[in-house]
Design a protein around this ligand. Sequence first.
Ligand code: KIV
Length: 303
Amino acid sequence: MAEQKPVTTLKLQKMKEEGTPIVMVTAYDYPSAMLADEAGVDMILVGDSLGNVVLGYDSTIPVTMDDMIHHSRAVNRGAKRAFVVTDLPFMTYHGSVDTALRNVARIMQEGGSKAVKLEGGREIAATVEAIVQAGVPVIGHVGLTPQSVHALGGYRVQGKSDAQILKLKDDVRALEQAGATAIVLELVTAELAAEISSGLAVPTIGIGSGAGCDGQVLVFHDLLQYEAAPAAKRFVKAYANIGQEIRQAIAAYATDVRGRRFPAPEHSFKAAKPEPGAAPVEAKAAQETAAAEEAGILYGAGK
Ligand code: KIV
């Protein structure tokens, strides 16, 4: 059974110091957050990857503040222990620091998350510092930064050239100095990610960046293959094939409806008083209807 005390920034720092790997996964709604939390993850990221995996866009660029707040609220209703972080979406923390702070305030007050994540390095360090000074934990994100996909020339591994290596090392130093709580390293070569991780006092969380990071993050839909046609990604290990299971289950439901096998008597409700001489299954259904109506559990599987 996972430890129930809520994860804090102090706990994350202690995990770094003790060499305990930090487990992070994305979630975008109430059930996915609840399942991840019950599975004992340390951190949940309401990633702007929701643009791709939930909203069907081909990048994270169209994602808005309202999208992030809407999904953060649902996630925070489901997560009890994990430390929930929300991405600031595209262009909501560039320009004036005041605008960035106003957007951070919305994520915290309306979304209910405990921290924000921003993509970028030295160029956003002053903004990161202002957010930290305002009392909000910040998670940095360098390497492949999907909001800059067009400037980077596509979804490519970072840290291969000398210039990229120098820039990445400078970026993580600037984020650490600005007060970042942790830094995501996305698609950074394993050697460089390990070197960066051992040189920083704050934890790194890798995605496609090898085993030398202090923690790992995966996108919920990648790790569960919760997609109609999951693309093979080298940095992902699939732990289930939920997409296939869902397709098969819904096809079985459709077959049952068309064959008039669903709903069966046990899925149907009858008047509370069964007819004299009614079959036992009908009498039981009648009792269950009355009980369910009283308990108010006719719809959904929620609280
Ligand atoms: O949006 C997201 O899911 C992310 C992870 C890939 C780190 O930023």
